[in-house]
Design a protein around this ligand. Structure first.
Ligand SMILES: [Zn+2]
Length: 282
């Protein structure tokens, strides 16, 4: 696929166009010398990304099923994490895809709706699973202030051109005391590790991913917007059907969990997906 590309300033601080970090194919990840944020530059324009996401999710039934299987442990853990704080309420899942997380939450007694930009995924969620889905992006849905008890977004923030605008919007639509749960990949430590051994890879998944957040960076952004307490966790590994990917997912995911357990929950193993739970202050 051909992308229309644009050169941008750092999406967080706008002070720099970034210094080259790791290339992947014809794409270049850069690091902002001012705030250390890692982002893709140049990057595809919003229009060409929107076009790209119409084809991003699998379309055939068997692939949709294996996608559900892959995400199931993540959704299960996330639901349990939310329910440590509250048993039910009104939830919005942004970038909901086919809507399987909404199904899980409705089963648990939540009033759940989703936001999605892929027309095919939206059709499936509405027609097959009979879910309430708003056509994204979130900023265009026009939801009321202080409306949701929980907002979730699994593997969304790394795809966004304007992550701060997205977080602000999540904050606005949450009730005071409401919860934001984000899940995102943190790839740079693995890139550093593989680079050290000269192992070529495309783990940044460019140009789909526009940035690579660390837990520290995500916390800074959340605090800047006004979120209160943040709680970070690893929260389960995905189960890709591909055997090689599955092994590395379980290996990195499982090792990470063992380490977090042994360190009394304090150590976040670098380089695997992370979950952050942030509270909107009263
Ligand atoms: Zn910056």
């Amino acid at each position: 696929m051909n992308f229309e590309m644009e050169e941008v300033s750092c999406p967080l601080c706008e002070k720099s166009r970034g210094e080259p970090l790791y290339p992947e194919g014809s794409f270049q990840m850069v690091r902002c010398p001012s705030c250390q944020f890692i982002f893709l530059n140049p990057r595809p324009t919003i229009e060409s990304l929107h076009h790209f996401y119409q084809k991003y999710l699998p379309e055939e039934e068997p692939s949709i099923e294996s996608w559900e299987k892959m995400m199931k442990p993540i959704f299960h853990r996330a639901a349990n994490l939310l329910e440590q704080d509250r048993r039910n309420g009104r939830l919005l899942d942004v970038g909901t895809g086919f809507g399987f997380f909404l199904v899980e939450m409705k089963k648990r007694g939540w009033e759940a709706a989703g936001v999605e930009i892929s027309q095919k995924a939206m059709d499936y969620a509405r027609d097959v699973l009979e879910l309430t889905i708003f056509a994204g992006p979130l900023e265009k849905v026009d939801l009321p202030d202080n409306h949701f008890d929980a907002v979730t977004a699994f593997y969304v923030i790394e795809h966004l051109s304007h992550p701060m605008a997205f977080l602000k919007e999540c904050h606005r639509i949450l009730k005071p005391g409401g919860l934001l749960l984000l899940r995102y990949p943190h790839t740079t430590p693995i890139k550093n590790f593989l680079h050290f051994f000269g192992i070529k890879n495309r783990l940044y998944d460019l140009p789909a991913h526009l940035s690579d957040f660390s837990p520290k960076m995500i916390q800074q952004c959340l605090e800047r917007i006004g979120f209160g307490k943040c709680q970070h966790s690893i929260g389960g590994y995905t189960l890709p059907t591909d055997l090689g990917k599955r092994t590395s997912s379980i290996l990195f995911g499982g090792l990470a969990e063992a380490l977090i357990y042994l360190s009394g929950g304090k150590l976040l193993f670098p380089g695997v997906s992370k979950t952050v739970l942030a509270f909107k202050g009263n």
